[in-house]
Design a protein. Sequence first.
Length: 154
Amino acid sequence: MLASGVVIVTSMVEGQPWGVTLSSLSSFSADPARIAFSIKRSTATAQSIAESGEFGVAILSAASVELAARQAAPGQPKFLAAEAVAGDGPLLGIPAIAGALYNLECKSVVEVEVLDHLLVVADVLSATTDATEESGLVFFNRLFGTFFRHEGEK
C-alpha cells in the first residue's frame, strides 16, 4: 500500500456544490499542466464530469481531516456544507474548498471507462491558493495523517 495525497473533486450536482474525497490523483504532465485520477463510474461526480467535462480539485491541507472523512463517507450524499466552500474558481465558477492548499479548475481531455471506474485525464486551467497551512493531508493504511520532515533534514 502506498501513501497518497488527499483531494476533493468538486462539481455542481442538482445546482448545489458537491465534492467527493479521492486519493487517486496524480500528476500526468507538467507542460501542459495535466492531472489524472480514477473515480467510480456510478457516482454523481463521475456523471457530472461526463456531462460537463468541468470540475475542481482541492488539494487538502492537514487541517481538512473532518471534511475529507465526511466527503468520503460511503453511501452518503456529497453536497458540500456552506462553510466548506470558499467561493467559485476564477475561470469556470467551480466550487473551491476553504482552507485547501490549492484549488484547481480543470477541463477533462480524456475519459476512459475501466471496469467500474472512469479514468479522467484533465487540463489544469487555473490554480489558486489562500492557504497558510504547509502540510498536506495524506492517506495511508486507511488512516488520514500528515507528512513531516525527519530531524536533520533541511
